[in-house]
Design a protein around this ligand. Structure first.
Ligand code: PXP
Length: 237
């Protein structure tokens, strides 16, 4: 299982003081050296953490893969065309949310997404859609031309009891099998941490996890290299 490390919250800390530190670029390089297979960052419309400057520098220095999370807007299409990340992950975005709430609603905007994905692909960018574990949404991802899907594990991670956790885990499991059957590459992420990641690692169709907050939070205590290595150990089967 591959690990893509989301470094947004390194930038959150920097923005909290409008300071120069901590430097997200350094964090990305350390994560790569510790074994991460990719670096993820979300350029939000409100620029609350990652800035364009970060994205441009990341593109220049990282040696693994750069995954840009973004909303499917004209503004972001322009940024993506200019920066050319390896992958774009399309996510829903609203200014009030603390973090991404749920997967993208694909069914209701098939026409918009079909042409949007064509534009990204013309620029040589692979496209992922962050999606809830629902068969009709996954089918729509295939219809609009996604190369891969990232299944939202947020509901699984937020479960309030064991029964709910098992139900939500089963949904992720079935969605992963269904997406793979459709010929889509399958990733997963959101809310994963050192305690809840193992059952997701056991899902054979999932090839990569995107993890941010838990790693950055642990890094504040043990350092980023150690935090990434500890997570990678959990990802080895
Ligand atoms: N995947 C997507 C699409 C996300 O929006 C986020 C949060 O930025 C993550 C994964 C990582 O979630 P977390 O920070 O909870 O690990």
């Amino acid at each position: 299982m591959k690990l893509a490390v989301n470094i947004d919250h390194i930038a959150t800390l920097r923005q909290a003081r409008a300071a120069r530190e901590p430097e997200p670029i350094l964090a990305a390089l350390l994560a790569e050296q510790a074994g991460a297979s990719g670096i993820v960052c979300h350029l939000r419309g409100d620029r609350r953490h990652i800035q364009e400057r970060d994205l441009k520098l990341l593109r220049q220095v990282i040696v693994t893969k750069l995954n840009l999370e973004m909303a499917a807007t004209e503004e972001m299409l322009k940024v993506a065309r200019e920066v050319k990340p390896d992958t774009v992950s399309l996510v829903p975005e609203s200014p009030e949310e603390i973090t991404t709430q749920g997967g993208l609603e694909v069914i209701n905007q098939k026409d918009h997404l079909t042409s949007y994905l064509q534009e990204l692909k013309k620029a040589g960018i692979k496209v992922s859609i962050f999606v809830d574990p629902l068969e009709n949404q996954l089918e729509a991802c295939q219809t609009v031309g996604a190369d891969l899907v990232e299944i939202n594990t947020g509901k699984y991670a937020d479960a309030r009891n064991e029964q709910e956790r098992q139900t939500n885990l089963e949904e992720v499991r079935q969605a992963a099998a269904f997406a793979s059957h459709l010929g889509l590459e399958v990733h997963a992420g959101h809310g994963l941490d050192y305690h809840n990641v193992q059952p997701i690692v056991d899902i054979k169709e999932i090839s990569e996890l995107s993890i941010g907050f838990a790693i950055v939070a642990r890094a504040a205590i043990v350092g980023l290299t150690q935090a990434v290595k500890e997570m990678l150990e959990l990802l080895q089967k």
